[in-house]
Design a protein around this ligand. Structure first.
Ligand SMILES: [Cu+2]
Length: 141
């Protein structure tokens, strides 16, 4: 049900040829926060690996592809050049894992904030996501 509603509100822009995005959302932040992150599922319907190579969001000064690594018993996030979505597989962008990092956001992300995001892939496909909704994330350690 949730998926259908999203598809309706985001329209045909959700689906490119081989890449299918579902349930994108942006993290609600405290007031005066500088950064936030966007999460979603990215499905690769092709028989070849495809890389997410670029992300653009005009709500942030810099939009980067990030993931988390374990180092010295600590979890920390790092910027990566690309993220691979394996052939006929799905890459989950989720808290404590891959995410689209929004650095220097124009305003804090509130419940009614809606963002647009453009994703570019190694096969030349570009996916424009409109009106990505905001969601709060409970930090579970
Ligand atoms: Cu990050």
């Amino acid at each position: 049900m949730k998926k259908i509603l999203l598809a309706l509100s985001l329209g045909a822009s959700l689906f490119a040829n081989n890449i299918e995005i579902s349930e994108p959302y942006v993290k609600i932040t405290p007031p005066n926060a500088k950064n936030s992150a966007i999460f979603m599922s990215i499905k690769n319907n092709s028989n070849e690996d495809i890389k997410l190579v670029d992300a653009k969001c005009d709500f942030a000064k810099n939009t980067e592809i990030h993931t988390h690594i374990h180092e010295d018993g600590m979890m920390k996030m790092i910027r990566i050049q690309d993220a691979t979505i394996k052939a006929n597989d799905t890459l989950e962008l989720k808290p404590k894992s891959y995410h689209i990092m929004l650095m220097d956001i124009k305003d804090s992300i509130k419940e009614d904030t809606k963002l647009n995001l453009e994703l570019s892939f190694s096969n030349g496909e570009t996916v424009e996501l409109k009106d990505i909704p905001a969601k709060s994330i409970i930090h579970a350690h």
